[in-house]
Ligand binder design. Sequence first.
Ligand code: ZN
Length: 483
Amino acid sequence: MKIFLIILLCAVCVLALLLLIALIRAAAIKAKPNDKPSQAPFTPEDEAKYAHALSEMVKVPTISKGEGEDKSEFHKLQSVLRELFPQIHAKLEFTEIDGNIIYRWQGKDSSKDSLLLMGHQDVVPADPAGWEHAPFSGDIANGKVHGRGAMDCKCTVMSEMAAVEELLEEGFTPERDVYLAYACNEETSGGGALKLVNYLKDKGIRLCAAMDEGGAIVEGVLPGMSTLCAAVGVIEKGTSHIKFTAKSAGGHSSTPPRNTPFARLSAFVCEMEKKNHFKTKMPPVVEKTFTCIAPYLTFPMRFLFGNLWLFKPLITALMPVFSPQARAFVTTTLVFTMSEGSKAPNVIPSEASMTANMRVGQLQSRDECLEILRKTAAKYDIETELIIGFDSSKETDTESDEMLYLKKCVNEVFPQYCFAPYYMSGGTDCRHYTAITDNCIRFTPIVMDSQQLAAMHAPNENIGTAAVAAGVKFYKYFIKNHN
Ligand SMILES: [Zn+2]
């Protein structure tokens, strides 16, 4: 009994000591308020000019339809770009490959690895129902440009081009070649970006960095976050489409047997929904995100996230219940998206199927996840077939010269914001560029609030005009000081 009490007392003392260390650490890492002025201010005239340019681009409905689509809207957008950015079109080398476009700005030393800024010209479709401003109106109202593509990602394309246009007007020549690359089918996972990568590859071009959409300056990364965060995507999850098929003898619906194809598929879907069969673990990049944002959190969040050495297992266990986004950080996700059965309501299907989308992270390979699915589906006499799939992208080193340079630029232009690498559950064209660069950086230097993030691929997409103006100035600063 006495020994038990001594052990208990020791355990309490150790726990109290650990919590005290965690408390001291949390107090020590608190970020100091930063009121250093931005190194790239903008005027109201700038803001109006950029808003007009973006509005003109939004008015062209460049909806992505897939390979072999009619490119006329893309050619319309390209003539709008010619009007908006005459210097670029007079001085840069322009190449079009099946609607995908790339500009080369020759630098002082073309033997150096080139810098590439990118985005995409296409947008997802927009059903006018539910929109306050028509999807392709390009309305400028309440300090925002409204319309499909205003945020994803014509604001990125416009800001990059406006920055280059102004630098050309100023007579600036970059140290190395700078490319601007815009594919026309990112939204349908078309091969546009790949065509541009192959074009560069054939010319023997290596890139010091490729900077794409993906991350942005966002609010509310975690509850208790006291500032906005420049979230930079450094890795993308892989994606797979998987078809699950259940077969039967079919027959008339008036005399149904047990375990028809949909009954088995439903049982399988329920099992996958209820129980996570994949590994749950905090990947290193998520740890880096939390380490970067912890100083900007208020208590008690800073106490938790600032002490991953102590609370990592607890946080990892809580993330899947906290939100779907948090869950996607720590595990492979699977969601069923399509189903097919018989052609008539009174015919039992001889074959029914459900298709799922799986996002594989760094923790497990696609093959390992597929094996888990195959085994689980087999219990219900269901066949598993991989339709398409690829693993997660290579992770960009957060300590590389290019990432450190980006961080420095963010600190100069947006001194009040936090800077953090992050793990992307979605995909961008940037992953194709891993073939010619080690630094795939997914970051648009534009503030996007929660409503704007929620409106991506949804009604009422918009972007703030002041945020866009700051974004243009960021790109200018970034290009001008890059060497
Ligand atoms: Zn996009």
